[in-house]
Design a protein around this ligand. Sequence first.
Ligand code: SAH
Length: 370
Amino acid sequence: METKNFLRMKEGDGEFSYAQNSTLQGRILDQVSKPLIKYAIRSLLSNDNNTHFLEIFNVADLGCGVGSSPISFISYVIDTINEIYKDLKLDNSQVPKINMWMNDLPSNDFKLLFQNLKKLEESKGDDCITSCLFMGVYGSFYNRLFPQNFLHLVHSNYALHWLSRVPPSIYNESRRSKNNGKMIVCETSPREVVKAYRAQFHKDFSQFLECRSCEIVSNGYMVLTIVGSPSMVPHHPCSARLLCKVMDNLVSKRLIKEEKAKSFDLPLHYPSKEEIESTIKKEGSFTIEKLETLYDCFAKEINDIEAKAISSANSIRASIEVLVCYHFGEHICDLFFDELVRVTIQHFYNEPNASVELFNIVVMLRRKID
Ligand code: SAH
């Protein structure tokens, strides 16, 4: 089944919500993406390009989700444009209007997103010379979403490692997964499964680039942050190892049937820098202007081992709870994630310097001139 029909991060702003458990995503945006976004905006609006009389500046946040990251992104774009035009001492009629297109799948919590956007708008006050409209665009970013030659800047944070589907070839005729009930690629995954996930990523990411190449103006920019792998050697992040252990434990305690475990796989692939680069080059519409990588971990700000483990487990939960409940049923949900908390605490006690680390790949692309 296609991811677009069932994926969503945990809605609302409760204890297990995505909004309350996405600090790491915001940190990568602050530390790595924002300087690139500023560079892209300055370049697009600079005098040399003679585009500072641009009437409308179209910006899209793809897979925007809900929480502090999309708000922080938008706020930053507004402030940056404001700053540029104040420096240039232009009058208001020469300042472009910003259209912010917020994209996600239809089941995203757009209601909370727009409530937060309203607060942002109110907080900007009179000092802000740029005016901004916010629009929601539902649909999969693996399809066309915007008209031709329309967008100036595209951003996507922490979304492109979600595939359009679990690669169908990992299932045999009786719909049993060849990944042995592991739900995500891990040390024991057969090579065939690893290859199938890589191929699916290549197909999806190529399609993403093709769609955007139609929608982005010549010389327009994209800044993409993807959770990835540090090399082409199959990489098994700590979060994947913890999830595999949870599944093994629940099956051996007979809380989950082996059959059921063997038909559950996450549509997630953590690509290496090489996979990203080679897909971009093959597709051919964009140049890679910059590529940066960085390790970071959940709950970095917390020192207490148990609190750190709980917070890390909640961050994982916020992203996959809906998928787990959908497959195993609501009654399994708390059991599953209580086990994840136990396994994570154990892991942190066994390795005192442990953390649930993610390898982040941030890439800035520029649309080639037609
Ligand atoms: N950008 C936000 C949210 C990241 S979570 C942040 O940085 O916090 C990943 C988001 O991507 C989710 O909201 C998910 O619904 C969305 N997503 C995943 N696949 C998608 C697709 N094919 N099309 C649009 N959105 C998608």
